[in-house]
Design a protein around this ligand. Structure first.
Ligand SMILES: Cc1ncc(COP(=O)(O)O)c(C=O)c1O
Length: 393
């Protein structure tokens, strides 16, 4: 594969070597293990003296195809595919931390990431500091001599706050920290954190990489030396992605650019509609000029992404009423699907946090998150208008 090719071509043409069946579409390798031609080959493979598949917990042609594609898209040297976005997040941290280390983590990361950092890592003597994405000027003063990693998401979920990746990477280099970015919301089509200096990038493939809400998966990519550590960790702890899911995700990537263009186009139109709606208090979308970090969004993202959040007038109760009034759009705990999904974080995904903790990450009682799908935008707007009308007291 020629890596000077354009994103869409890489997404479509990065493929396994053709087998003797001369298939056009990549075949599925549902096999737990691979045979050795002789004892010497088995020895050399296990001794890492030759490349090749041994066992699908270590590698498989379908996961290799997916990894190669995402590496080309992200500008990474190597990667490892795992069973979920959360195993990607965990496997991007665990190999680099030991008892006595400290990690800096944006408070605005996915809830399960916060659980790992605040409830699991401390059991192994790894301490943490949570960072406020609205106060990045304080971050440098919170770095400790034993800090090893800075972990963040941009845009954040669900408040859609951004972190300047170029600035964060300079800060990390100054203090010898690894910069680990969860790029799930933006996808490699809209943002490549490694271009700005990130060391490790993770994805929940469950979201836009699949794009159709069918399978759970994750991927970690980065510099070769770091991925060697990740591979050692994953090879022996066993979170490997199933070959079937890798095959599915790799096929889905063929349409990622097309899908993201449409998600972003629909999302911008929806944000503009919400901005002038009398029942809406405020709207957040990175590519709306009213977003406080609009200039940064334009610098580091190709477009604003598929997620729009807004605050409905009337707080928690009106948020719940609105969700109950929605018809024809999905009410489910996922995002990045071809189908538009509406959620009310304060009463669902973030209901276990205290009100104060919710407010600290921008989750107001009336905040509604819309993962804007690929339906015709006129139909999405019509269904939302109906929900506004039905929920009006
Ligand atoms: C930003 C982000 N990272 C990680 C995850 C976890 O991914 P998965 O559900 O595939 O484990 C999610 C899931 O919503 C997410 O939104």
């Amino acid at each position: 594969m020629n890596d000077s090719q354009h994103f869409e071509t890489i997404a479509i043409r990065t493929q396994l070597t053709q087998t003797h069946y001369r298939e056009h579409s990549a075949p599925l390798f549902m096999t737990s293990s691979f045979t050795f031609e002789d004892a010497e080959m088995a020895r050399a493979l296990f001794a890492d003296e030759m490349d090749g598949n041994i066992y699908s917990r270590f590698s498989n042609p379908n996961t290799s195809e997916l990894i190669k594609k995402i590496c080309l898209m992200e500008g990474a040297e190597d990667g490892f595919a795992v069973a979920s976005g959360m195993s990607a997040v965990f496997s991007s941290m665990a190999p680099f931390l030991k008892t006595g280390d400290h990690i800096l983590v944006s408070r605005s990361v996915f809830g399960s990431t916060l659980q790992i950092v605040t409830n699991l890592l401390p059991r192994w003597g790894i301490t943490y500091t949570l960072l406020d994405v609205k106060k990045t000027d304080e971050w440098e003063s919170l770095i400790l001599p034993n800090s090893k990693m800075l972990l963040l998401e941009t845009p954040s979920n669900p408040a859609l706050d951004l972190v300047d990746l170029e600035w964060a990477s300079k800060l990390c280099k100054k203090y010898n920290l690894l910069l680990n970015v969860d790029n799930c919301f933006a996808t490699p089509y809209l943002q490549q954190p490694m271009k700005w200096g990130a060391d490790i990038v993770t994805h929940s493939a469950t979201k836009y990489i699949d794009g159709q809400g069918r399978a759970i998966g994750g991927i970690i990519v980065g510099r070769q030396s770091l991925i060697n550590e990740v591979r050692f960790f994953c090879r022996h702890t066993g979170p490997a992605m199933s070959p079937f899911n890798a095959w599915l995700f790799s096929k889905s990537l063929e349409t990622l650019a097309l899908r993201m263009d449409r998600h972003c186009d629909n999302a911008l139109k929806l944000a503009q509609y919400l901005q002038q709606h009398p029942q809406v208090e405020s709207v957040a979308y990175p590519f709306l000029p009213s977003h406080p970090q609009y200039a940064l969004a334009q610098k580091q993202m190709k477009a604003g992404g598929g997620i729009v959040t807004f605050v409905i007038k009337g707080g928690l109760e009106q948020g719940r009423n609105f969700l109950n009034a929605v018809r024809g759009l999905s009410h489910t705990a996922n995002l990045g699907d071809a189908r538009t999904i509406v959620t009310h974080p304060a009463s669902t995904t973030h209901s276990k946090l205290s009100e104060q903790d919710r407010l600290s990450v921008g989750i107001l009682p009336g905040l509604i998150r819309i993962s804007v799908g690929l339906e015709n935008i006129q139909d999405i707007l019509f269904l939302l208008e109906e929900a506004f009308n039905r929920s009006r007291k």
